[in-house]
Design a protein around this ligand. Sequence first.
Ligand SMILES: [Zn+2]
Ligand SMILES: [Zn+2]
Length: 347
Amino acid sequence: MSDKLFREGGPHNVKKTGPDEYTMTVALPKDSDGRYARECPVDTCSPGFFKVKPGTGITDGQEIAYCPYCRFGSTPKDFTTKEQLRYSKDIMVNEAYEGIERMLKSSLGLDSSGKKTMGGGFLSIEMSYNPGQKPRVWRPFEEEVRRDLVCPHCGLDHSVYGLATWCPDCGKDIFLTHVEAEINVVRAMLSDIGRRRENLGVRVATKDMENCLEDTVSIFEAVLRAEARRYLVAQNIAAEKIEHFFKKVGNAFQSVRRAEDIFTKEFNVSLLNALSEKDISKLVSAIEKRHSITHNLGVVDKKYIERARTAEREGREILVDADEIESVIDFSMKIFIAVHAQMFGQK
Ligand SMILES: [Zn+2]
Ligand SMILES: [Zn+2]
């Protein structure tokens, strides 16, 4: 019978590495897609949480891994999540529990069924040991991350929350790849509208289109906010000042013209230089339509007519068609590429 706290070998490859020292390997549990979670060690980093698929990206001796949100770089093990640490500790406690049980049985001279009979004849005492319940090891609970992406530079298959900027393996700027992935979701929804119109009717298809336009405008705003934030952080602007800036901006990035104004004044960046005047007015008109759809259930109001200067009469339903949304997507992507090149020197 062993009197060691840990038995060597086993599924966790336990090794005795010193008089009072053992090492064990705990394989990180993966999700159903074969990814496991990572967490940025920088406290202020948000959302700080992502997943990677082992066997993709840099597979040979990776020394530095990066946070996709703040680009903090450190050894890959520094990105272990709090849940994974908790899980590893639970496994260790579980192994030690078994070891303590073995040691106890051995020191008391109990047999394999945990019993020992002392004395004999008229007087015999039976001693038995009933082990308590072994602590249960719960798998790490990790929040679901929804956006999957393959880095075009190193091939790392990973998932992030929202819009990230950096590849966790090669550390390259893949912001526009993230944006493209978001936009492709809207394109996929758009391409399905014909089928949904046939199956579910015109009203559902119209609603789908309005939602696609709505999503495109949300992406437009989110991308401009992300670019503005990265720019301000790179200029070492204090966090409070950055928050103040975004308070002032409010929802201005939902409007092409107001966004253009802010990007010119604050960053000396031309928001619309990649588009012709005709394209710009098409974009402005489509985005103004979205304002009415969101705030007035698709019915034209006075404000809309003033702003978008369209011919639609008050009270008539605003019609958005798939081609129009397709153009908004194309124009937006052109704007993102141009803005990114101006602000961060990449295409
Ligand atoms: Zn980070
Ligand atoms: Zn990469």
